[in-house]
Design a protein around this ligand. Structure first.
Ligand SMILES: [Zn+2]
Length: 143
């Protein structure tokens, strides 16, 4: 854990939260500053800042909780859909440096935007550039 991490403090019970689901390794609670009714955060109980810091077992447990919770959160607030996402890193808008998955219920006509709206100016990439990016990612995984 990290002593000054607000989510570690929630895990430890030092800061109260509206817990909706808990396992040995994962905790889910309502966002204290919700973007929508039912906005829920799902976190690994052990401190990790980035998704790439999660080991395979914990990543699996985390996503299993997300898949269980998403339809149940939607049903609880009678939502029409949900955005599920992670802000990974400061540049992406991560405010608490402890991995957290947002489940944001969505309602017809709520005025919100799709995840596509989080990107900045769209790059104009050639086929060669796309091939090079794909090769770099692939090589990084195989390395
Ligand atoms: Zn933490």
């Amino acid at each position: 854990m990290s002593a000054d991490c607000i989510f570690c403090s929630i895990v430890d019970g030092d800061i109260p939260a509206r817990t909706v689901h808990e396992t040995d390794d994962v905790l889910a609670f309502l966002d204290a500053n919700p973007l929508a009714r039912g906005h829920t955060l799902v976190i690994p109980k052990s401190h990790a800042q980035h998704v790439g810091d999660l080991d395979d077992g914990l990543a699996s447990d985390l996503f299993a909780a997300v898949t269980e919770l998403t339809p149940r959160v939607q049903a609880a607030v009678d939502a029409d859909g949900a955005n599920v996402g992670i802000n990974d890193g400061e540049a992406a808008g991560q405010e608490v440096p402890h991995v957290h998955v947002h489940i944001i219920p969505r309602f017809e006509g709520d005025g919100g935007a799709p995840l596509h709206a989080v990107g900045g100016d769209r790059p104009d990439l050639s086929d060669d550039e796309l091939d090079a990016i794909a090769a770099d990612v692939s090589a990084a995984l195989d390395g």
